[in-house]
Write a protein that binds this ligand. Structure first.
Ligand code: SF4
Length: 487
């Protein structure tokens, strides 16, 4: 066999965000495993340009990922290996890049995703196993990088690299953006075990098989805690026609029955959503869907239409029930308007999920109590309470050390632990209040009845819940991810 590498081939790797040895027992994985959609879109785009691309998703297959990667490198000898990393998965990506370089000398490593898009030059300066960083959207940049096949890709927008003298060069962000309707559908078939290997959060869907899907990029708002280093402040979207065809494809090829739109702002362009809903009503696919919205971009008429088109659940960012605190972190902080919109969603016959955060800079016992009072006064079916985490690309990151105590341990920065403690609070107290928030929610009779109704509204959720019952109870009692027991 020739020793040369196949320079028109790349292995794309989605590294794990949590300790590999504990991941099999990790509660967040049991509850929710999302397909790496960005990576699957890049793979489809590269293949269309004649570059072979395969994917190994360590998140879906934690126990065997290292072995699979090394076997692939030795069998196919790709010229490139690409990693898409969040902050919590970056160090695992760096470790795997080192592993790839020892298993296959000469391979070039490329890093993309939110963490390196925020860290930029620093990611290369601090990590010698990183050969290239792709800032922002990856499709065109990665294609041009592989086609040029140069160690010094001067002039390729979106790339950061080291020149032969070792100086880090940043070619700057790519100016022209892709037209999203020109993208192929993600290469779902390259995700081993898709769709069964992936799952939406329990009680967040009526039917299986189901999947997530992205139909827009970017968000024009500027919340203090939100990292928009990849898609930045533009908002681009697939047309209603493309979207309908995408769903039809998922149904025909993978028998998908429910979609979770993972867009930041599904309803930002009202006309597109109306058109999409009318297609779903006039030519039914017998599929349901969830989406996330900002309260400013929904009204009763649109909600009714969405319901008729199959909308099952809407998630809505609340963040905190303390209006003064909210005003410090996002535009248009109006809790009365939010409450009104939540009531409209319910009135339209759609389930509602509130997205909240605990531990924002400025948080206090009083603001947490206000959040509980606010949330429990609303007809919310479900909520997710994240532990605030200051990510490197978020506006608040710059001055975070002035606002409290921040332990910047990247591997733990996945919103499942309090890495930041706001002034006036302690980590222990935050943990206690976090548990109290959830317990109070689950002990309300109305909420318990709602979950009981899921027996017929989402039987598959109950099957999963029963299967993992003891692990969920253990987590609820201790608030520890199961892997933490081993520490
Ligand atoms: S939190 Fe939501 S609304 Fe705010 S900037 Fe991020 S995506 Fe936009």
């Amino acid at each position: 066999m020739s020793n040369s590498l196949d320079r028109k081939r790349i292995l794309l790797v989605h590294p794990l965000g949590y300790r590999k040895e504990a991941a099999g027992k990790d509660i967040s994985r049991m509850a929710n495993i999302m397909p790496p959609l960005g990576m699957a879109t890049i793979a489809a785009y590269l293949e269309r340009r004649g570059i072979a691309a395969d994917i190994i998703d360590c998140y879906a297959r934690p126990a065997e990922a290292d072995r699979l990667i090394v076997e692939y490198l030795r069998s196919f000898r790709p010229g490139y290996i690409g990693f898409s990393c969040t902050t919590s998965s970056f160090l695992d990506g760096a470790r795997l890049a080192g592993l790839a370089k020892s298993a296959l000398p000469g391979i070039r490593t490329v890093f993309g995703g939110v963490h390196v898009s925020a860290r930029r030059e620093q990611a290369l300066a601090d990590y010698p196993m990183v050969d290239f960083v792709v800032m922002g959207e990856g499709e065109q940049t990665l294609t041009e990088l592989i086609e040029a096949d140069s160690s010094e890709p001067a002039g390729i927008e979106g790339v950061i690299y080291r020149d032969n003298a070792g100086t880090v060069i940043n070619n700057g962000y790519r100016q022209a953006r892709l037209e999203l309707d020109e993208l192929p559908f993600p290469a779902y078939e390259k995700l081993a075990g898709y769709p069964a290997a992936y799952m939406l959060p329990i009680f967040n869907y009526p039917k299986a098989p189901n999947t997530s899907c992205i139909s827009s990029r970017g968000c024009p708002y500027a919340c203090s805690y939100c990292d928009r280093s990849v898609f930045r402040r533009s908002f681009r979207y697939n047309s209603a026609g493309y979207l309908y065809e995408h769903l039809q494809y998922l149904k025909d090829r993978f028998h998908i029955r429910h979609i979770n739109f993972y867009d930041d702002q599904f309803t930002f362009n009202r006309q597109r959503v109306e058109e999409f809903c009318r297609k779903m009503i006039d030519h039914p696919l017998r599929m349901t869907f969830n989406c996330a919205v900002r309260a400013e971009h929904i009204d009763y008429e649109l909600l009714r239409l969405m319901r008729r088109a199959g909308c099952w659940m809407i998630s809505l960012g609340i963040e905190t029930g303390d209006e003064d605190l909210l005003a410090q972190h996002r535009q248009n902080a109006n809790l009365a308007m939010l409450a009104e919109k939540i009531r409209l969603i319910k009135k339209a016959g759609i389930r509602t999920k509130g997205l909240l955060m605990m531990g924002l800079p400025g948080e206090s016992e009083k603001s947490i109590q206000k959040s509980m009072d606010y949330v429990f006064s609303l007809p919310i079916d479900d909520f997710n309470l994240a532990k605030f985490t200051p990510f490197p690309g978020s506006p608040i990151y710059e001055k975070i050390h002035e606002l409290g105590e921040f332990e910047e341990d990247w591997e733990k920065m996945d919103c499942m632990s309090f890495q930041f403690v706001p002034k006036g609070m302690t980590r222990e107290r935050l943990e206690e209040l976090f548990i109290r928030f959830y317990k109070t929610h689950y002990m309300r009779p109305k909420v318990l009845l709602g979950y009981a109704a899921m027996l017929w509204k989402s039987p598959d959720s109950w099957r999963r819940f029963a299967w993992n019952f003891f692990d969920f109870v253990k987590f609820a009692r201790s608030n520890k991810r199961l892997g933490d027991d081993d520490e």
